[in-house]
Ligand binder design. Structure first.
Ligand SMILES: CC(C)(COP(=O)(O)OP(=O)(O)OC[C@H]1O[C@@H](n2cnc3c(N)ncnc32)[C@H](O)[C@@H]1OP(=O)(O)O)[C@@H](O)C(=O)NCCC(=O)NCCS
Length: 382
């Protein structure tokens, strides 16, 4: 089939059929396999959400226990990978470190060529488990080793979220902190087709292994146009000296036609449901240990934005509160995007699996706008 309509960025062009997630940008809702994100945030866990996304249904008790056992017992990384991380330059960006680490995992766990379909399927399932289980360890190990600390061995008695905070900070988090990290992982686990997910699907369509698929997606996520606005939100909040200055700060920014970080989304034309969930978590965290001035500033920014930008459909997005939540958890800003990847690996793998079930290599077309029949001028005459 030949089509001659070029759509920059493939904006709005359907590239697949999928059963994994659904966004209603007008209503402000997000579903994973038909289940509202709010329900999962309240009743589920990141581990169960991973199962849901990978299998497109909730597990029964036995399936969940087995899956959870596997996830918690594959958290460790080999010494050779620790040694590799030790050799990264001091200034290595954590996203580059994560991309290198996840690609390297593929060399340690190669898939054998298999006639046996059942074994082949088990190997694919194990690749997904290993990636979900080990990515937090890769992030935490690099975060510690880059400042000269030893990595902390993962614990298999903690939840995915609690263990991540434990490996990062060296102490077991409180139940509230662990729940908040868990919900942050759930809400970032999947979000239909975006640049990084599409990148995973394109790589998957060549039948590349899961580790390569995920390192492609991590590379795509590392660009500033994909993640990163949450750090800009923090900088903005820090820029405002006093809560009382917030309103004037906003009006000035809007008068100068500057974009306010954390507001607006290509799909959501109302408040992003993930922002609502993260706001609640931030509120819970900020009420511990006295009032939080940044929370007060964020509320004022939201109310000015609702009045001025709301009618244009510009409302808080997922990044508006995520950075503030992570900072409250003691996480350094350059780990915000790696944390996004630690959560989103579930969605990337779900699309990888879906793609394998329906594989046709991506081969779009270009519209050639160059010249034809050009003379070859010898180099001395150019
Ligand atoms: C995400 C984003 C690119 C979406 O853009 P979009 O849906 O194409 O919206 P548009 O750029 O068409 O904006 C429509 C109008 O709202 C304004 N607007 C959009 N986002 C705004 C923001 N964050 N602050 C102030 N004004 C904003 C635009 O200037 C435009 O105004 P105009 O009608 O006077 O020209 C944009 O909102 C943005 O850059 N947000 C800030 C960065 C951010 O938080 N990114 C993370 C996204 S998850």
């Amino acid at each position: 089939m030949t089509t001659h309509t070029y759509v920059p960025g493939l904006a709005g062009v359907p590239v697949t059929e999928s059963e994994i997630s659904y966004v209603d940008g007008q209503k402000g809702s997000l579903e994973y396999c038909g289940i509202d994100i709010e329900v999962l945030a309240e009743k589920s866990s990141f581990e169960e959400t991973c199962y849901l996304l990978l299998h497109r249904r909730l597990p029964n008790r036995e399936e969940f226990d087995q899956f959870n056992f596997s996830l918690s017992h594959h958290r460790r990384i080999k010494y050779s990978i620790r040694d590799m991380i030790k050799c990264y330059p001091d200034a290595a960006h954590p996203m580059d470190a994560l991309q290198a680490g996840s690609a390297a995992l593929g060399m340690f766990y190669p898939l054998a060529d298999q006639e046996d379909q059942v074994q082949a399927q088990k190997d694919l399932d194990m690749a997904a488990i290993r990636l979900i289980a080990k990515m937090p360890t890769l992030v935490a190990a690099h975060a510690r080793m880059r400042v000269g600390d030893d990595p902390i061995t993962p614990r298999d008695d903690l939840s995915h979220a609690a263990n991540f905070l434990y490996m990062l900070r060296g102490e077991e988090p409180s139940a509230l902190e662990a729940r908040i990290m868990d919900v942050a992982f759930i809400v970032h686990a999947e979000h239909t087709i975006n640049a990084s997910t599409f990148s995973a699907m394109v790589t998957a369509s060549t039948l590349a292994n899961a580790y390569t698929v995920i390192s492609s997606a991590i590379g795509t996520l590392s660009g500033p146009l994909h993640g990163g606005a949450n750090e800009d939100v923090l900088n903005m909040l820090d820029d405002i000296d006093h809560v009382a200055d917030t309103e004037a700060y906003m009006y000035q920014k809007l008068k100068r036609k500057e974009k306010i970080p954390g507001l607006g989304h290509r799909i959501y034309k109302t408040k992003d449901p993930r922002a609502t969930l993260l706001q609640k978590l931030y509120f819970e965290l900020s009420t511990q240990g006295g009032p939080d001035l940044n929370y007060e500033k964020a509320k004022i920014i939201e109310s000015v934005a609702a009045e001025i930008l709301g009618p244009k459909g510009i409302c808080p997005n997922v990044d508006f509160y995520s950075g503030t939540v992570y900072r409250k958890l003691g996480i350094s800003p350059d780990l915000f995007t790696p944390i996004f990847a630690v959560a989103r690996v579930a969605g990337w793998l779900a699309h990888w699996k879906e793609q394998l079930g329906n594989s046709r290599i991506y081969r779009p077309q270009q519209i050639y706008i160059g010249q034809h029949r050009q003379a070859y001028t010898p180099i001395e005459q150019r």
